[in-house]
Design a protein around this ligand. Structure first.
Ligand SMILES: *Cc1c(COP(=O)(O)O)cnc(C)c1O
Length: 244
């Protein structure tokens, strides 16, 4: 496929996804500008992110540190003028904290005290070393079923983790993130997340983000207050490699 063909294909799918988000907002009585679209580029090349940036996308997400690090560098070489933000949405080992804070603007998959501490230390060091210019935005990932295999803390862990983040100066708590449980009812999961978010905002009014909804369930997430849908497949196509 030529670059021009890929550009046209991405333009079409971007229009379709934006239409879906707009319709979901309308159905929920919300304004379309209340919901950001995050392009999940995992397994796709930096050239696709570059084309999406040309089409106006500014927020991108990856789920593996090493793949992301390489892609972010390649993207910067392809589009040196573009100002975009990169989100880490995958499970993160503590020993990757140093590496991730060099490229990530936002880490959405924060789910333990140990990870908060590792990110705090890594961000402070990266700021000192001039490897990043801004504090790190973080979201608390919440597990909406008993299985924590795909990451996420228990709902009861949200308040203490939020308090811990608030005590740091280099991490900024922005809200919550969740993935609907496999095989579960997304409406039930996202309704639960909405309650968790409301409780969090009572203590931390600035933690307004609710990152929820993917290609298959974004309408349900928007109906339940998502402020950021993370879309991969519907935007870029099917992934050949299985990615957790
Ligand atoms: C891959 C991924 C997505 C995007 O999923 P699609 O179904 O391809 O839209 C969203 N969130 C996370 C955390 C992911 O890992």
């Amino acid at each position: 496929m030529t670059e021009e063909m890929r550009r046209a294909e991405l333009a079409d799918s971007l229009r379709e996804v934006r239409d879906r988000v707009d319709r979901a907002c309308l159905a929920a009585g919300r304004r379309p500008d209340e919901v950001d679209l995050l392009a999940v580029t995992k397994t796709f090349p930096a050239s696709d992110a570059a084309l999406l940036a040309d089409l106006g996308m500014t927020e991108f997400a990856e789920n593996r540190e090493q793949e992301a690090r390489e892609k972010v560098a390649e993207f910067a070489a392809l589009r040196p003028e573009a100002t975009v933000r990169w989100h880490m949405v995958g499970q993160l080992q503590r020993n990757k904290a140093r590496a991730v804070v060099r490229w990530a603007d936002v880490v959405e998959s924060v789910d333990s005290e140990r990870l908060v501490e590792a990110l705090r230390r890594a961000t402070a060091n990266a700021l000192d070393a001039g490897e990043r210019q801004r504090p790190l935005d973080v979201l608390l990932q919440v597990s909406l079923d008993e299985a924590t295999g795909r990451g996420g803390c228990r709902p009861d862990d949200v308040p203490p983790l939020a308090d811990m983040i608030m005590r740091t100066s280099d991490l900024r708590l922005r809200g919550v993130m969740a993935v609907a449980p496999l095989g579960g009812e997304p409406d039930v999961a996202f309704a639960t997340l909405s309650v968790i978010s409301e409780r969090l905002r009572r203590d931390h009014p600035e933690a307004v983000e609710v990152s929820a909804g993917m290609s298959g369930d974004l309408e349900s997430a928007v109906a339940h207050g998502s402020t950021r849908v993370r879309v991969g497949t519907a935007l870029l196509g099917g992934r050949r490699l299985t990615s957790p």
